[in-house]
Ligand binder design. Structure first.
Ligand code: GDP
Length: 527
């Protein structure tokens, strides 16, 4: 038991959220470098290239320079085991990103010092806030001219309605950037362009220490004293509970590409970031230190190798101890699942998992029986909650170029829907499939995947449909009455649940008015 508690308390499972170009990839790479998981900076990208070469559809990803797939990287630092879950940054993939955020206990928000809060930073932040995910902020690119720290901090405070406590304070910026004052440890950390992990740091006894004058000019010392005094006067002191509840964010300043501030950030995460937290289910909260294994699927990645129709289900463990070879109950199907070859994701490569604890992510190879939102236990009937599906905002019909292969198309669409890559609806009337996505770019990617992974050239065509809503009612008879009367606008999703396909906003409003007992749902819990 003590073993379980120790293991859980040293887990830090987190994601990095950022607007594209703020420096997420660079920071990821540096964190892995500090964590000793990679020897050479550049390895993340190099490994990415290899992986991309494996499958054709990822050409889309490469051409567009965006990261479609999320992965998991595990490394140790200062006695903690970190699981870093990568989130795709492009706005067309918000649903995938959102689901990944259901599997983390905290997040690092990277901001470009010249740009401040950008559209995607904000969206991702809101997704974190919905689940009270605590956030540490990293203001990046201090080696370039950027905005004034006070200006940036007040923007974060105001646009995100978040308390800020500076963890470090920059001295100068751009060409005159000298380093940071570490406000938590009273240290001066000197900046070195292209620096390695061991920046020169100077322990000082507060801001009146005469040692300051040996490294900084008189005016720099004065400015630093004034800034820090003002910052401490204006902003709240760090409060661990407030941070962990998601109300307060400590802010680090640095330059990821120069390795600067990364060590402080990582040490901060080891110290402050929360270990795995209790997870809600439909019946009770599951504590991470419970001795029975539980977990949920938050992501499916299919056809990583197109030659084998394998899929990897990413399972976030919520309690207990995983040992290789053990069996788990797949609650939805009531079947036993043999966990003989799941993998843990170490930064170097995938590695067979021998044991794992709450907070860790297991990759479970399977042939399609595991779906997003599924719960695994050692026998208890549980269903984890909070992994939603979003109503698609773009709907198109899809047809195989070769009509004789329509059945294959159905199979391919069903698999893509189970993977969470798209919503797929089969209208009760008509033969075309309707595919719904959250971001329009996904149609291109889907067409490419269906062609390369299933050998089926397909055509997507615009429809006159406006949106889709899952429908439900307390009284089955009422639901039936609505479905019968609206057959021309009803389809089934891949689980066989009924969906109302609205032609326009008026059509939807009208249906809601005519059938007040029907609920038209924009999101649906998976399963
Ligand atoms: P992502 O899109 O958020 O993953 O951003 P990247 O990590 O790919 O970085 C975007 C660009 O910013 C790249 O050209 C990086 O080299 C650059 N970059 C990242 N960190 C820094 C930094 O600290 N200073 C400067 N000047 N450039 C940086």
């Amino acid at each position: 038991m003590a073993d379980l508690e120790t293991e859980v308390s040293r887990r830090r499972t987190f994601a990095i959220i950022a607007h594209p170009d703020a420096g997420k990839t660079t920071l990821t790479e540096k964190l892995l470098l500090f964590g000793g998981a990679i020897q050479l900076a550049g390895a993340v990208k190099a490994r990415g290239e290899q992986r991309r070469a494996r499958s054709d559809w990822m050409k889309v990803e490469r051409e567009r320079g965006i990261s479609v797939t999320a992965s998991v990287m595990t490394f140790d630092y200062r006695g903690c085991t970190f699981n870093l879950l990568d989130t795709p940054g492009h706005e067309d993939f918000s649903e995938d990103t959102y689901r990944t955020l259901t599997a983390v206990d905290s997040a690092v928000m990277v901001i470009d010092a010249a740009k401040g809060i950008e559209s995607q930073t904000r969206k991702l932040f809101e997704a974190c806030r919905l689940r009270d995910v605590p956030i540490v902020t990293f203001v990046n690119k201090l080696d370039r001219e950027g905005r004034e720290p006070f200006d940036l901090i007040s923007e974060i405070e105001q646009t995100l309605a978040l308390d800020i406590t500076p963890a470090s304070w920059p001295i100068g910026m751009g060409k005159s950037f000298k380093g940071c004052y570490d406000l938590f440890n009273d240290r001066l950390v000197m900046f070195e362009r292209g620096g390695t992990q061991g920046e020169a740091s100077l322990k000082i006894e507060g801001l009146d220490d005469p040692k300051l004058a040996t490294t900084l000019r008189e005016d720099e010392v004065q400015r630093l004293r004034d800034d820090v005094e003002m910052a401490r006067g204006l902003m709240p002191q760090f409060d661990l509970a407030s941070y962990r509840e998601g109300h307060l964010s400590p802010v680090y300043f640095g330059s990821a590409v120069n390795n600067f501030g990364v060590g402080e950030l990582l040490a901060g995460l080891a110290e402050m970031a929360p270990p795995p937290r209790p997870q809600p289910t439909t019946t009770r909260a599951v504590e991470p230190t419970e001795d029975k294994l539980t977990g949920f699927v938050f992501k499916i990645q299919a056809n990583m190798d197109p030659k084998h129709r394998d899929r990897i289900a990413f399972v976030r463990l919520c309690s207990g101890k995983f040992r290789r070879g053990m069996k788990a109950l797949h609650v939805r199907s009531a079947k036993q699942l043999n966990l003989h070859n799941p993998v843990l994701f170490l930064a170097q490569d995938r590695e067979l998992a021998e044991e794992a604890y709450a907070g860790d992510i297991l990759g479970v190879p399977n042939h399609g029986n595991l779906r997003i939102g599924d719960t695994l236990t050692e026998g208890e009937q549980l269903q984890f909650t909070g992994i939603p599906s979003f109503a698609p905002e773009h709907l198109q019909s899809v047809r195989a170029d070769d009509p004789l292969r329509a059945k294959h198309l159905g199979k391919a669409l069903e698999q893509l829907a189970e993977e969470g890559a798209a919503r797929v609806f089969r209208p009760l009337i008509g033969t075309d499939w309707i595919v719904g996505v959250v971001g329009a770019l996904q149609f291109e990617i889907l067409a490419d995947r269906i062609r390369t992974e299933y050998g089926l050239p397909v055509r997507f065509e615009p429809t006159s449909l406006y949106t889709a809503r899952w429908v439900e009612a307390d009284e089955p008879a009422e639901l039936k009455r609505f479905l019968d009367a609206s057959r021309a606008s009803i389809g089934d999703d891949h689980n066989g649940d009924p969906v109302f396909l609205a032609r326009n906003a008026w059509h939807l409003d009208r249906a809601a008015e005519d059938y007040p007992k029907i609920r038209f749902l924009k999101t649906k819990e998976q399963n």
